[in-house]
Structures are given as C-alpha cells and as structure tokens.
Design a protein around this ligand. Structure first.
Ligand SMILES: [Zn+2]
Length: 152
C-alpha cells in the first residue's frame, strides 16, 4: 500500500506504475494490470491537484444478455485534492474534489475511488443489446418481484 505525505516534500510528484489488483465493489474483475499515471501538483498549503490517467481491461457481465463482456477502461483524472478537515468548511461547489488525510494520503484508496466513479453504470456487450432484448430485462427484475411478494 502506497502512503504519501502530501504536506511536505517537492512537487510535482510524478507517478507511473502498474497495479495488480483493485478492490472496488460492483465493478468487473481486472484483467492483468491497471496502468496508473498521475501527476500531483501543489497549488497551496492545503490544496493540491492531481491529473493523469487510469487504464485497464475488466471482464464484466452484460446487464441484458448476461454474456461475458470485456471493457476497456480509460479514465482521465483531473481532480482537486483537499484535506479531510476541510470537508465541512468547504463552500466551493466543485464536484471533482477528493478528500483525504493529506499527511497519510492513501494512493490505492484514491485510485479505487476514481476507478469506481469512472466505471460505466450500464455494462453491455454491444451498443444495441439493451434495446433489442426486452424479454430478458423482465427476467432480471425477478429478484425485486420476489421481495415485493414477501412484503405482501
Ligand atoms: Zn448483451
């Protein structure tokens, strides 16, 4: 696990490495490595910027036809980093802000969060799959139907 102290040292920090595994709920499984390229810049004492990219292939299941599908994920990173103690006092409406303890910055946690955010909400084997196969969609809703039956 990579922990960085972002409150001191020299900037920018350039990172380029490969991750063998990643722990993100509700996404497919990583094939091979996740390629990480990041540059961390210091704007001021408690304000940093991170840009770069995350790249990797994942196997997942098409939400419609349940076929195994390979997704090529390429996420451009352009995020502001701020210390956790600013999370409540921060009035700026920036949505691309990642809050973490800047003295013990957990890079893995950051990458996992970014991967989760950039992972597609809808996984399909091909562009047209969802529209074509309406019958299977109903089958997929079956677990919800079951819960409703239990409530009744
Ligand atoms: Zn499909």
């Amino acid at each position: 696990m990579k922990i960085l102290n972002l409150t001191e040292g020299s900037f920018p920090i350039n990172l380029s490495y490969k991750l063998e595994s990643i722990d993100v709920p509700k996404i497919g499984s990583l094939i091979g490595n996740l390629e990480v390229k990041l540059r961390i810049l210091r704007i001021s004492n408690n304000l940093l910027k991170c840009d770069g990219s995350i790249k990797g292939d994942f196997t997942d299941i098409c939400q419609n036809c349940l076929k195994e599908t390979i997704l090529n994920i390429f996420s451009e990173i352009d995020v502001t980093l701020k210390d956790l103690n600013e999370i409540h006092s921060d009035s700026s409406e920036q949505d691309q802000t990642h809050y973490q303890d800047l003295e013990y910055f957990n890079l893995q946690k950051f990458i996992e969060e970014e991967t989760g955010l950039n992972y597609p909400d809808i996984v399909k084997c091909e562009e047209s799959c969802i529209e074509e196969n309406e019958s299977l969609k109903q089958e997929k809703n079956f677990p919800f139907k079951k819960i409703r039956d239990l409530i009744d």
